[in-house]
Design a protein around this ligand. Structure first.
Ligand code: NDP
Ligand code: 2IT
Length: 450
């Protein structure tokens, strides 16, 4: 990545490096964002004077706590829980909870930092936050999952609330886990509020929330193709990494829009089905049986399973949608995609493309939809869930879906227009960062040094 030229930004970044040494994912996320701010700082000395960026890179609050629970053998287990409350300039902290053995301060802080800009881009009043634990849900019984979630929420409940901080799902946290956490929160507080989103429908959840990130990713991709290439998703060959919540509903919407989705993966390996992924089979394996994607090849004739994830990017495709985890698409993978004629990459996961891979894709004329914009549909729908909860009301599937579509189109155009205004036409990474930032920056300046 290029060196920062603006002296103010360079100094901010040096301080961030000193304060957060040993946190590579967080530093990666901050560096990318600060690079985008260079043209903004030239025009906005008032933001420098108000110390907006110095304040933005330091979380308002970082909470770390012990999560003790008892496994099925009666043995005491201890995990580490986190919540970062990064920025509340435009609304209560909002962001998911991740349960994965790799979770640590660096991962939670990078996710919380990105969430600030993403939430701002949705146009809804939500600040940035994120949380989770190094608990590994794989192979755990339902009872173990419930006891862990209850213990996690017992501590987290002190720090959250409908007007303070509203968590949701992320990797390893879906409706089941949100349900156990919501039940425990309600019991501890003796109040029924929309403090978590991603709830089941009978408990105040919103229709479309389950589908929202994947659907939103496709609405964004469709708008990007239409506006920048006068083209569409229809008839395109698509590969999607992951096979969890985001990947499944990205596949569903891509198929509805007339694309042929030919590959998916989990952390063990990928499936290739040239005739098109049979989503009912994937959903049975992943959502019902909580099994491995390798099962697919045993059940669907003509499909293949390959051990290891990297090979997926070597499959010829028009559109690639990384929907699993950070840094899963590296430079070598980007080169393979370009060599095979990929026209668009849009990020369903958070920071799935390494910085050198992003640069390579952009330099080779590939349309690139960054996570903060392209995967904002999930949190946008969470914002709509908060809205329905506050109003004690619920909207139909069609109403929520229409709102989601409108939000994703707006996000694309706001990112596109911001990039153009600052002399970086077509660079949606910079555009999304700038558009997300400016709203937060104005709010921070207006609220004084806080
Ligand atoms: P899920 O837990 O439902 O699914 C995650 C998928 O990614 C699984 O297939 C998992 O495989 C795979 N995966 C996880 N870690 C790795 C790894 N290290 N290498 C390869 N594959 C991996 O999570 P989601 O679908 O909800 O989240 C996916 C991504 O989307 C994350 O980056 C998340 O932050 C982001 N996101 C999620 C939103 C949401 O609303 N859920 C909203 C916006 C972004 P395995 O089962 O083998 O672990
Ligand atoms: O990364 C994300 O935007 C999410 N995991 C969704 C957060 C939310 O609050 O719905």
């Amino acid at each position: 990545m290029a060196e920062l030229k603006n002296v103010y930004l360079k100094n901010v970044y040096e301080t961030v490096c000193k304060r957060n040494a040993g946190e590579p994912e967080f530093l990666q996320a901050v560096k990318e964002v600060l690079e985008s701010f260079e043209p903004v700082m030239e025009r906005r000395p008032d933001l420098i004077e108000a110390g907006v960026v110095d304040r933005l890179v330091e979380p308002e609050r970082f909470i770390q706590f012990r999560v003790p629970w008892v496994d099925d053998n009666g043995k005491v287990q201890v995990n580490r829980g986190f919540r970062v409350q990064f920025n509340s300039a435009i609304g209560p902290y909002k962001g998911g909870l991740r349960l994965h053995p790799s979770v640590c301060a660096s991962i939670i802080k990078f996710l919380g930092f990105e969430q600030i800009f993403k939430n701002s881009l949705t146009g809804l009043p939500m600040g940035g936050g994120k949380g989770g634990s190094d608990f590994d849900p794989k192979g755990k019984s339902d009872g173990e999952i419930m006891r862990f979630c209850q213990s996690f929420m017992t501590e987290l409940s002190r720090h959250i609330g409908p007007d303070t901080d509203v968590p949701a799902g992320d990797i390893g946290v879906g409706s089941r886990e949100v349900g156990y956490m919501f039940g425990q929160y309600k019991r501890l507080r003796n109040e029924f509020t929309g403090t978590l989103t991603g709830k089941a429908i009978p408990s105040g959840g919103s229709l479309v929330r389950t589908e929202a990130t994947g659907y939103g990713l496709l609405y964004f991709t469709e708008e990007m193709l239409k506006s920048m290439k006068n083209d569409s998703v229809k008839g395109k060959t698509v590969i999607i990494s992951g096979s969890g919540n985001v990947a499944i509903y990205a596949t569903q919407k891509a198929q509805q829009l007339g694309a042929n989705v030919v590959a998916l993966y989990d952390s063990n390996g990928y499936i290739y089905d040239p005739a098109g992924i049979k989503l009912d089979v994937v959903r049975q394996i992943k959502e019902v049986e909580r099994g491995r994607i390798s099962e697919y090849a045993k059940r669907v004739p003509g499909s293949e399973y390959h051990e290891g994830c990297k090979g997926i990017w070597k499959i010829k495709c028009d559109i690639a949608l990384p929907c699993a985890t950070q840094n899963e698409l590296d430079l070598e993978s980007a080169k393979a995609l370009v060599a095979n004629g990929v026209m668009a990459v849009a990020e369903g996961a958070n920071m799935p493309t390494t910085p050198d891979a992003v640069e390579y894709l952009q330099q080779n004329g590939v349309l690139f939809g960054p996570a903060k914009a392209a995967n904002a549909g999930g949190v946008a729908c969470s914002g709509l869930e908060m809205c329905q909860n506050s109003a004690r009301y619920s909207w139909s599937f069609e109403e929520v879906d229409e709102k989601l579509k409108g939000i994703m189109k707006n996000i694309f155009h706001n990112a596109f227009d911001a990039a153009k205004e600052y002399g970086l036409e077509g660079n949606l990474v910079a555009g999304a960062n700038i558009a997300g930032f400016l709203k937060v920056a104005e709010a921070m300046k207006w609220q004084g040094i806080a």
